[in-house]
Ligand binder design. Structure first.
Ligand code: GLN
Length: 488
């Protein structure tokens, strides 16, 4: 069963060839065996999952109609609200937080009959690139347990790669779906800003955050998008379907894009490690052999993306995180002397180091006297970067580049140097500033047997084409079928 993709398993469950209970049990057996090593989950819901699986099986046996994800065990990043279990954001400040409602994506998973196996680990409040900033636990890379899984959706990617679910959801503010997908050898899609509802996603950088699938194959990714994409009146930044029509992402998935034009920027790619570069070049060659034209592009403001991002994201974070005051949500200090101490001590005790660093940075960038010099300037740069993409997409259908300059790095390697850690995001961050979609797909391994990810970017709301382009490559290779050799 372990060898099946989500879609293959879903089809077999629907056809009554495999019982959802069997699949769910297999997942929990695997969790019992390897989760102590991997550490992908913050919470698991075995009893609830098995009960729901039995219900789905019964409905299938009775010939009833079931949803798109019927009986499929999936995982959700622990920054999406669920009425069951806790929603911790991997932070001590929310360690015991029970959300009063489900995120829209969670509702959609449930109503399409998915089985939610558990909630996955992340960098605290999704701030990080390695999952090492989790305030609650450690997640390792299943390909080499001394290395990081990437972040911040490290639990979702590591859990999927280790066979602890069949598909997962992550969130991506500056690369947090694509980077862990690349480090763990799975597929990860950050959709266009506004395509998937953020309602019930705990806010980090609200103008950048987007929920998306982490899956074994591009086909699974299309299947998950069919479930989670769409307008949501509860999210004021969600885009309505008249403005950007929704489509069935599976319908034309196997049709190659004719006359495909791929933009590449050799100048950026040169910044990646040699083995990463080689794998990316080979992947682009595969497309060339399929008849694609390769066009050299230039994005003059790309180099400023990290600087602009870390202004915008931290400014928004400092504002979003002001709600954790020891009164409304989460941890409250014991025995405060006055109400000021309720705020200051609760926050001092509840937030980790990286979160505090960002709150300070963001508060500074927004303070009067500095607002124009930092925050406003970053917004202007953001606009220029967006403009770069618009003009590049006049010449080509997609852009290809690495996801990350390196493969998975060692635990602790970048922990003491936040700037070094921020540089892991060099290829992913501009995408969030521009709001466009980007996917990471497996495209090879380095000599340490660590996965490499190819990143493909498309114009806003171009997910259908983006998935078709990714699928063209997937059909030519079997990188996505490789699994780490992990025994508990
Ligand atoms: N690594 C980036 C950050 O720390 C992106 C994180 C994310 O996408 N959530 O902000």
């Amino acid at each position: 069963m372990n060898q099946l993709s989500a879609k293959e398993l879903r089809d077999k469950i629907k056809a009554g060839e495999i019982k959802s209970v069997e699949a769910t049990k297999a997942v929990f057996e695997r969790i019992a065996k390897v989760e102590p090593t991997v550490g992908a989950y913050i919470s698991i819901f075995e009893e609830q999952a098995l009960a729901k699986a039995a219900q789905v099986d019964k409905r299938i046996a009775g010939g009833e109609k079931v949803g798109e994800l019927a009986g499929l065990p999936v995982a959700v990043k622990d920054n999406m609200c669920t009425t069951f279990g806790t929603t911790t954001c991997a932070s001590k400040i929310l360690a015991n937080f029970h959300a009063p409602y489900n995120a829209t994506v969670v509702e959609k998973l449930l109503s399409s009959d998915a089985i939610i196996a558990g909630k996955t680990n992340l960098d605290e409040f999704a701030m990080g690139s390695s999952t090492e900033n989790s305030g609650l636990k450690r997640t390792v890379n299943p390909w080499d347990i001394e290395r990081v899984p990437g972040g911040s959706s490290g639990g979702s990617a590591a859990g999927l790669a280790a066979g602890l679910c069949f598909a997962a959801l992550g969130s991506d503010t500056g690369g947090s779906i694509r980077l862990p997908a690349s480090f763990c050898g799975v597929v990860g899609l950050k959709p266009t800003y506004g395509r998937v509802s953020r309602y019930g996603l705990v806010a980090y950088g609200s103008s950048l955050d987007q929920i998306g699938p982490v899956t074994q194959t591009v086909e699974d990714c299309a299947l998950m998008m069919n479930v989670i994409a769409g307008y949501d009146p509860a999210d004021s930044t969600s885009v309505d379907e008249k403005t950007a029509p929704l489509c069935d992402y599976l319908a034309k998935l196997d049709e190659p894009v004719k006359g495909l034009k791929i933009g590449i920027a050799p100048k950026f790619n040169a910044g990646a490690d040699e083995q990463v570069r080689k794998a990316i070049d080979e992947a682009i060659n595969t497309y060339r052999n399929l008849g694609a034209a390769i066009i050299e592009i230039d994005m003059p403001h790309f180099d400023y993306a990290i600087a602009a991002y870390y202004m915008v994201a931290t400014a928004e974070a400092s504002s979003n995180l002001s709600r954790y005051d020891g009164v409304h949500y989460g941890h409250r200090t014991r025995n405060p002397n006055d109400y000021i101490e309720v705020y200051t001590k609760s926050r001092a005790e509840g937030f980790g180091k990286e979160v505090k660093r960002r709150i300070m940075l963001g508060t500074y960038a927004l303070s009067s006297g500095y607002y124009d010099a930092y925050y406003l300037k970053a917004l202007k740069v953001r606009n220029l970067i967006r403009g770069d993409f618009v003009s590049v997409f006049e010449k080509c259908d997609c852009i290809m580049m690495p996801v990350s300059p390196t493969t998975a790095f060692k635990m602790g390697e970048k922990l003491d140097d936040p700037l070094k850690m921020y540089l892991s995001d060099i290829y992913t961050i501009a995408v969030n500033l521009a709001g466009i979609p980007g996917i990471s797909i497996p495209c090879g391994f380095d000599d340490k047997n660590l996965p490499i990810g190819l990143q493909i970017l498309a114009p806003a709301f171009g997910e259908e084409n983006l998935l078709r382009i990714a699928r063209m490559y997937e059909k030519q290779t079997d990188w996505h079928r490789k699994r780490p050799n992990l025994n508990g």
